[in-house]
Design a protein around this ligand. Structure first.
Ligand SMILES: Cc1cc2nc3c(=O)[nH]c(=O)nc-3n(C[C@H](O)[C@H](O)[C@H](O)COP(=O)(O)OP(=O)(O)OC[C@H]3O[C@@H](n4cnc5c(N)ncnc54)[C@H](O)[C@@H]3O)c2cc1C
Length: 428
């Protein structure tokens, strides 16, 4: 049986996952608008450094990411630093889950937590227990803020635990964020095996984790890779997909949601996409002339400007390099000139080291549409476009997760499987 010709449009983590999953089954052509693969999780070169377009973290529950990394020849243990859940906020909550079997690791971590009183420990464990007892199921329109109010979470707990957690995981303010999407993340991490809640911190730039190895692996599998090639139109007619006029047996559209509407002539999809709102993420890099070691590779500051600071020297060996992440920054932060934002992050760092000199170099990277807002009641489109031989992939396509690497990779794998099933059915 001849192999189907499949076009994958977009070589972010979703498109690459779809292609890797289809290798051997289909004759693949990948179209990528950028010069390199990786999309919103890729390497950028600045001042002779291999940085990321934004600091990322993964967790142990990212099974599909880890599986596909291994499939293209990457050893996850070599490129990621694995640590038991380690919540360290300078001047605030410090919670470390020891390497005990679940759920003892969380119970012990909570008991031994510092920076909160016994009453708050009790409130937090009772809230998590309630979520678990109700099977991690909530009303779709329930926001995190509403749920926290009903479950009696104090101001200290909201500020020290829930707010940074929700911003890191959902990149959406608590007042709008979906409690169901947060519960899905909690279920698969804190509510699952101990290793699932491990933090996996990149030791290499993001392109080296998956996009670049996947790209080379696909080339080795005979896929046609067209980088620097922006597709203008995807149409479906005569039982085929037409990508800028070229015929394929199917097309998987794996672009970001704000690009999908323009590519596809699909009124229902466009209507859905118009309902999506986007949230920025800001990463501030600072490089000092001396080693600067943070208390933990990922350290937060109670009342700081940055949500988390990452010790890139400890992670990747770049001397004196720190990355500060500000999730869902408000307009006031976005309006600051870069030098002022750097000065505010420096203020955070000087709480640790008061004599810290000015950085030798700094850079502010803002991704305006880093993620869609994971708001309560959000309806995400499914994998099938609605016409035969058209499929969607991307972190925004139907998934229990917020906009994350795992949602992107799962969606790509899913699109590949749905296409394979359709193709086999059609041929039998
Ligand atoms: C700053 C930042 C921090 C983040 N932090 C985390 C984190 O800590 N943990 C986590 O799990 N997730 C994080 N995320 C989210 C994660 O990066 C995304 O969910 C994921 O990368 C999305 O992948 P994707 O393949 O769905 O989409 P994209 O990465 O957007 O890929 C789409 C690709 O399509 C290409 N394209 C678009 N239009 C066309 C066209 N017409 N023709 C051809 N190609 C086209 C684009 O160039 C792009 O390469 C973060 C995102 C950002 C921006």
């Amino acid at each position: 049986m001849s192999r189907p010709r499949v076009a994958v449009i977009g070589a972010g983590w979703a498109g690459l996952a779809a292609a890797v999953e289809l290798a051997g089954f289909a004759e693949l052509t990948l179209f990528e608008a950028g010069r390199e693969p990786g999309g919103r999780a890729r390497r950028v070169r600045e001042a002779e450094l291999a940085l990321d377009n934004g600091q990322h973290i993964l967790i142990g529950a990212y099974r599909e990411c880890l599986r596909l990394m291994a499939r293209v020849g990457v050893d996850p243990d070599a490129v990621l630093l694995r640590q038991p859940m380690n919540w360290h906020r300078h001047g605030g909550l410090r919670l470390h889950c020891p390497p005990l079997p679940a759920p003892l690791h969380v119970a012990w971590g909570l008991l031994a937590a510092r920076g909160i009183g016994w009453r708050d420990k009790w409130r937090l464990s009772r809230a998590l227990e309630t979520l678990k007892r109700q099977g991690w199921r909530l009303a779709e329109d329930c926001t995190v803020a509403d749920w926290l109010a009903v479950h009696d979470q104090s101001t200290a707990l909201v500020g020290g635990f829930w707010r940074p957690l929700v911003l890191s995981a959902l990149n959406t303010p608590l007042a709008d964020a979906s409690m169901q999407i947060l519960a899905n993340v909690l279920k698969d991490s804190l509510g699952a095996a101990r290793a699932d809640s491990d933090l996996l911190l990149p030791r290499h730039d993001l392109s080296a984790l998956f996009p670049q190895p996947a790209w080379h692996w696909l080339a080795g599998q005979g896929a046609q890779l067209r980088a620097g090639c922006r597709v203008r139109d995807v149409a479906f007619a005569d039982g085929a997909a037409w990508v800028d006029g070229e015929r394929f047996d199917a097309a998987i559209v794996a672009v970001a949601p704000h690009h999908a509407g323009a590519l596809l002539d699909d009124a229902a999809l466009r209507q859905r996409l118009q309902l999506l709102r986007y949230r920025p993420i800001c990463t501030v890099y600072l490089r000092f002339g001396q080693s600067l070691r943070l208390p933990r590779v990922m350290t937060g500051f109670a009342g700081g400007t940055a949500d988390w600071l990452f010790d890139r020297e400890a992670l990747s060996g770049e001397r004196g390099l720190v990355a500060a992440v500000i999730s869902a920054p408000d307009e006031a932060i976005l309006a600051l000139p870069p030098a002022q934002l750097v000065a505010r992050v420096l203020d955070d760092l000087r709480r640790l080291q008061p004599t810290l000199p000015e950085p030798l170099w700094s850079r502010v990277l803002v991704e305006r549409r880093a993620t869609f807002a994971a708001v309560a009641g959000l309806a995400r489109p499914g994998t099938r476009i609605g016409v035969q031989c058209g499929y969607l992939a991307g972190d925004w396509v139907d998934s229990p997760y917020p906009a994350t690497l795992e949602a992107a990779v799962q969606s790509g794998v899913n699109a590949a499987h749905v296409f394979k099933q359709d193709w086999m059915k059609q041929k039998n």
